[in-house]
Every structure is written in C-alpha cells, then in structure tokens.
Design a protein around this ligand. Structure first.
Ligand SMILES: NC(=O)c1ccc[n+]([C@@H]2O[C@H](COP(=O)([O-])OP(=O)(O)OC[C@H]3O[C@@H](n4cnc5c(N)ncnc54)[C@H](OP(=O)(O)O)[C@@H]3O)[C@@H](O)[C@H]2O)c1
Length: 308
C-alpha cells in the first residue's frame, strides 16, 4: 500500500545505476518511492516496483496523481554495439518513455508539479570548446539521440508541471556507470589515455547529483535545460592521470584511436564514439540558480569515491 503521509516520487527506469541511487536517497530522506520497471510488481526495501512497458500509459498512470515529482531514467544502454537495431532501440526506448509519461501526467487531475528528464552532454558532440547550455548541438549519433529526446520532452508544454532536462555528464560512483571499469583497467596497469587524450570528460559526483535532484524539487525557479556537471571538466588524458595517481600506478602510453575503436567494438561491445569523443560542458545555469556542488575538482571527487 502506498503510504499516505509521505510525499511520493516516481522513478521511471529506476532500477538502473542512477535510479537505484536515487531510490535509496529519496527513501532515506523520507519519500515514498515508486519505481516503474519492465520487471515484475514487487516491494523491496520499502520501495514499490510497478510494471510498465515503457511505451504506453496503461494501468499505472493513476499512480502519478498527487505525487511530488517524476524522474525519468529510462533508456536502452548506449554501451551497446552500434548496429542499426541497437541504435533504433536507444532512440525509441527514450522517446517512447517520455511520451508515455507525458500522456500519463496530462491524464492526472492532480499532476506532479515536477517532471525531470535525463539527457546527456553528448548533445554537444565532440568539441574542445567549453559548452554552456547555449552551445549548439554537435554532430554524431549521441548528439542526435539527445536532441530528439529533449525535443520530445519539451515539445508538449504541461500546464501544471515544471519540466526540467538534466544534461548529465559522466556520473562518477564506485558501484556503476563508467568509473568501475576504468578503475579496474588502471589497477591492471592499463589506465592509458585514449586516442589523442584531448577529448573532454564532463563529470559529476553521484552525491552532488542526488543533491541536485533534491534541489530541483524545492527550487521553483528551476525550469528548462541544465548542464549537470562539475565546474571543472577535464581531458581524457587528465582523467586517466588522476586515476593512476590515486591508485598509485605509473605512466602508460596512450592507446591509438584505431586500436581503441577495435577494443570498444569487439572487446567492450560499445560504440567507439563513447570512448573517442567528448566535450567540456560547464554548469552555467546551475551557477546562476546558486546551486552549489561539493565536488568541482576531479581528484578530490575521485579520492572521495575510491578511497572512502
Ligand atoms: N550513467 C551516466 O553516467 C549517464 C550519463 C549521461 C546520461 N545518462 C542517461 O541517464 C539515464 C539513466 O542512466 P543509468 O546509467 O542509470 O542507466 P541504466 O543503468 O542503463 O538504467 C536505465 C534503465 O532503463 C530501463 N531500460 C533499459 N533498456 C530499456 C529499453 N529498451 N526500453 C525501456 N526501458 C529500458 C531499465 O529499467 P527496467 O529494466 O527496470 O525497465 C534500466 O534500469 C539513461 O537514459 C542514460 O542514457 C547516464
């Protein structure tokens, strides 16, 4: 049974890396959490999991009535082989879930006052320039995915719901996302820069991300698109240097792009674009809102995560 006394938030796709952190965080600070999943209905650690198909607002839409916010984390992993079928899944899973949630919110008599949609700084493509939220869309598949994702989210104006896009940088945590494999490689003396090593890594500490989710609930001025990154993005070369430093590993030569592409495709079953491209996104709108982050400098963030 949904508890009446607690404020409720809904996490679509909340079984993944960021969703699990968010569910546990909001649960700990006194929220009732409902997770929409393609898995089975169940309760686990006081979190309610409700089945949906991530496409149609069927028998779950009424759960959004009287809730405080909806956060959407849904999407087929970008860490998959760049086949036509996977690329279609990556785009469709994101767009269909946005549409289903939008329709569900429009059906509510008492809709959630906040809908937060994840996107990514991949929107800016591969660039060495600093990118505020005003920077133009870049080139490449990830930029195209983000543009379609955000357009679908923002093209329907919800009358009673603030709509926020979180353009996430690489989310750093010990238990998921991009960091654990990099830690493992570095421990094996394979923590090399990739390609030119100049590609930007815009990153955010998982704890800061949780604070920003909470902030979005209370800061009613927040609306529209935000870069969700630490103030100091770094190059891939700097990132790997910091990791090696913290893990006490010596310098290793860069992996040439053509080898990295092959390793990405055949070893990691991942689109080489993920490894070889990047950008230097900066959180200008968060700064304007006065949202402070605890970790803006990479080495401090990595030490906190790895050595804590
Ligand atoms: N992690 C990062 O550093 C990062 C950076 C930038 C942007 N993002 C974006 O933020 C969102 C959350 O990231 P995450 O790392 O938590 O992702 P994740 O671990 O892959 O979780 C995504 C969730 O989406 C659901 N899902 C997966 N494939 C699906 C499909 N084909 N159709 C419908 N639902 C599907 C799954 O939930 P069920 O199986 O329970 O349905 C899964 O738990 C993603 O959209 C991601 O692209 C993440």
């Amino acid at each position: 049974m949904q508890e009446k006394t607690k404020p409720t938030i809904v996490l679509a796709g909340g079984t993944g890396f960021i969703g699990k952190h968010t569910a546990s965080y909001f649960s700990q600070i006194g929220y009732q959490v409902i997770v929409l999943t393609r898995g089975e209905n169940r309760y686990e650690n006081a979190i309610r999991f409700v089945h949906w198909d991530a496409k149609t607002p069927d028998n779950w839409w009424h759960l959004l009535e009287h809730t405080s916010a909806v956060f959407n984390f849904t999407g087929h992993s970008i860490q998959s082989v760049p086949s036509e079928a996977n690329r279609r899944k990556i785009i469709e899973s994101r767009i269909q879930s946005v549409k289903a949630l939008t329709t569900a919110i429009l059906r509510c008599q008492s809709p959630p006052p906040l809908f937060v949609q994840m996107s990514a700084v991949g929107y800016y493509g591969n660039t060495l320039h600093f990118c505020t939220e005003r920077a133009p869309m870049g080139k490449g598949f990830m930029a195209e995915v983000c543009a379609q994702w955000e357009k679908t989210f923002l093209e329907v104006k919800l009358p009673a719901t603030r709509q926020i896009v979180f353009r996430l940088g690489v989310v750093l945590a010990k238990d998921g996302g991009a960091l654990p494999p990099l830690i493992n490689l570095t421990k094996l003396f394979l923590g090399a820069p990739i390609g030119s090593g100049k590609q930007g890594i815009s990153w955010i500490h998982i704890d800061d991300l949780m604070q920003l989710f909470r902030c979005s609930l209370y800061k009613h001025t927040m609306d529209g698109i935000y870069n969700i990154t630490a103030a100091q993005p770094v190059s891939n070369k700097m990132f790997m240097k910091s990791l090696r430093h913290i893990l006490n590993r010596p310098w290793v030569p860069s992996v040439p792009s053509f080898i990295a592409s092959k390793v990405a495709l055949w070893g990691m079953k991942t689109d080489p674009e993920v490894l070889l491209t990047g950008c230097y996104a900066v959180p200008r709108r968060l700064a304007e809102e006065g949202c402070m982050m605890q970790f803006n400098e990479l080495e401090g963030a990595l030490k906190d995560i790895i050595l804590r």
